[in-house]
Design a protein around this ligand. Structure first.
Ligand code: CTP
Length: 402
């Protein structure tokens, strides 16, 4: 339909990038990338009239995104060549042909395109041997300075390696290391790093990607010197185990992963990283509170839970109550202690759900005068319930009477 419309309206349009890559790999991809040799925004306006959905225009970049009713997204970009006046700056855009457009991209596997116009529908464009690299599982940049111009591509390379079990070729790896020697990650804003982390944690195995980033020095390039890289590597592995386990139990959602990983990272880097992440990572207020709470009180609160001494369920509850699920998951990941992990798990799976059934009204009816005593009664009842001394609402009432 888009091709027919393009033909009729005199636009030259191509499907490109991740959409074509995944189509050839037989992997689902719900975002379509379209390059238009003329103005993409005018073309997108015509398409939205035709297909419906919501359009968002980005005049500065000559791009537009249509979100269809079923949630599918179509990105339209004007064919362009980018000049990078200095590393990691936002690109200046100049209209040019599809080949130039494809050349400016990150990796050869992302330079494949299909012509969509109805006269030449399906013509396959492969200027840079992208399909050969796709077959061989090889991730190759198109030019030496690719990572310097756009350091986020370093994370993208790791993501594609992990997602498809591909590998960077030797020269690409050389360019990457070279870029790191020039401290390219330092040039990225916190917001962009955060966006890359968000993309990483949505991959099937974020820990593998972060371990690669740690081993090649990318994380140190961003955050300074890691206090114990071997330990952090282990912690990343444990993070994966913890998030999988808690997600399966319905305790943690995918959107929560980012915070868990940030806590694990901050824990292994110099103190200033804590402030940098809070200040520069564009986190919402709730996330900032969780991070502060984890380091201000969370780590201390779990000390007691590491000891072999017997603890009643109510003592475990008191130590963990008030800590977020992200914090508890991160604690499971960094705890080198099975007892602690089991206690946190017990809290998340059972203890935090234990609630008292009687209400303030019940207490009033029993003739108890409202005041601070109410919360004392409730917390005493919860303690009894947690420790299995009482079970039902009647037990609660009898306990108060006694
Ligand atoms: N691209 C690039 N450099 C970047 C980001 C994107 O060259 N730093 C190009 C790539 O050609 C990519 C396309 O823009 O294929 C679309 O970007 P995006 O939708 O972010 O990436 P996908 O390749 O679709 O990756 P994913 O499957 O992770 O969405």
């Amino acid at each position: 339909l888009i091709g027919q419309k393009a033909q009729k309206e005199g636009f030259k349009v191509y499907a490109v990038g991740g959409f074509v890559r995944d189509l050839l790999l037989g992997v689902p991809n719900h975002d379509i990338d379209i390059v238009v040799e003329q103005d993409a925004i005018s073309f997108a306006r015509k398409i939205v009239k035709y297909l419906g959905g919501q359009i968002k225009e980005y005049q500065k970049f000559g791009t537009a995104t249509i979100t269809l009713k079923d949630g599918m997204k179509i990105d339209f970009a004007t064919a362009r060549m980018e000049f990078y006046p200095f590393p990691a700056a936002m690109p200046e855009v100049e209209e040019t042909t599809i080949k130039h457009d494809l050349y400016r991209r990150d990796f050869t596997i992302n330079t494949l395109a299909f012509r969509l116009n109805s006269d030449k529908f399906g013509d396959f464009l492969d200027f840079f041997e992208g399909s050969k690299d796709l077959e061989q599982g090889s991730i190759k940049v198109l030019y030496n300075l690719s990572f310097v111009e756009d350091p986020t591509r370093i994370f993208r390379a790791f993501r594609f390696e992990s997602r498809y079990s591909f590998h960077m070729d030797d020269s690409t790896m050389g360019f990457l290391l070279n870029a790191l020697e020039n401290n390219v990650m330092q040039k990225l804003s916190g917001t962009r790093i955060f966006e890359e982390f968000q993309a990483i944690v949505l991959e099937p195995n974020p820990s593998v990607i972060l371990i690669r980033a740690l081993e090649l020095g990318v994380l140190d390039n961003i955050f300074g010197k890691c206090s114990n890289p071997q330990q952090l590597k282990q912690n990343f592995k444990h993070t994966m185990d913890s998030i999988v386990c808690l997600k399966e139990k319905g305790i943690l959602e995918k959107k929560d992963f980012i915070l868990v990983y940030l806590l694990v990272i901050i824990n292994s880097y110099p103190k200033k990283v804590f402030e940098i992440i809070l200040k520069d990572f564009n986190l919402d207020k709730g996330s900032r509170i969780i991070i502060r709470n984890f380091f201000d009180v969370g780590l201390e609160r779990i000390e007691k839970l590491k000891s072999n001494k017997h603890l009643d369920p109510s003592e475990i509850y008191d130590s963990l109550n008030g800590l977020s699920v992200h914090s508890l998951c991160a604690m499971m990941a960094i705890a080198d202690n099975d007892l602690l992990k089991n206690r946190i798990f017990l809290y998340l799976e059972e203890l935090h759900k234990v609630d008292v059934e009687i209400t303030g009204n019940d207490l009033k009816e029993m003739g108890i005068k409202p005041g601070p005593v109410y919360s004392k009664i409730i917390s005493r009842l919860r303690q009894q319930k947690l420790n299995g001394e009482i079970h039902t609402k009647d037990d609660e009432l009898n306990y108060i009477k006694s």
